[in-house]
Ligand binder design. Sequence first.
Ligand code: TLP
Length: 344
Amino acid sequence: MGIIDLRSDTMTKPTDAMRRAMAEAQVGDDVFGEDPTINRLEEMASERLGKEAALFVSSGTMGNLVSQLAHCGRGDEIILGSHAHTFFYEQGGSAAVGSIHPRTVPNQPDGKLALEDIEMAIRGDNIHFPRTRLILLENTHNICNGCPLDIDYMRAVGEIARRHKLKIHVDGARFFNAAVALGVEPKALAADADSVSFCLSKGLAAPVGSVVCGTQDFIDKARRARKVVGGGMRQAGILAAAGIISLNEMVRRLAEDHANAKKLAVGLAETPGLSIDPDRIHTNIIFFEVTHADMKPEQFVQQIETEGVRMLPVGGQKVRAVTHYHITSADIDRALEVISKVMG
Ligand code: TLP
């Protein structure tokens, strides 16, 4: 029996169709704008998100970094969630590379930033203050149980941003998971954002790559920023070819991952010594707590690993599990059997 790897949806391997497309991809020098496969992926991505233009980048981290560099100058301030991936897990790249000042406001349990907190954090015109330039949201919100931000919320933040002449960037590493969970068109969900970056290499199973979408002017700046951080790629159409299959074939199956995550959450909720509220699970990410007096989360993870199930301890009592393309409903049954044995 194979390993059931629930540590992340980044564990996905390219599908056979992707491997074939990669082998056959037409390529050229993308720094010269001459890779037809990358150009096609960028056109498809901008069309899906209803934006003028798009840029293929190597990772979600690079997508967020070049977006912040394109929107902000040195000393500008960005408002983002205290639990944002960009704040927590990207080495403070925009500060390190772009001298951009982060201003965090608390993430609500559903991944939102309270509208009043955003308003309060926006700086007035005062010689002592940095200038607020950008609001950065995350959709779906990784640490907040993969919660999707809905269109009404995006509109409300959009209204604040327009009133204060600010831009909005969405870290949409799992943007298509959000659109699928909400049952909305990605375009409609992206409408209030000035830029959105999404990952091809998570639930969409491509081996490498993310795409940033926005206005042509923004993408021109992001392209320059990508070059200075060493992200100008050459015949990377072999990677973009897999990304095209992600968009064409892998988005429509994401609902399966969401159903499997819900099934896992319901099973965990019924397991003594574990704690989770399945009603809070809407996409493919779940966090639960190991509350058993004699079992630390690290021990729990070690013990299930010996039975072929992998999850990620993430600090405190918490463990994370993420469903994806290689996880079937039968795998969830088996994972729950293993967990019940370990906890029993
Ligand atoms: N997240 C990874 C790890 O870095 C934790 C994961 O396994 O979930 N934004 C969000 C919301 C993300 O979850 C991630 C990756 C990124 C950006 C960064 O993407 P990469 O890893 O491609 O740089």
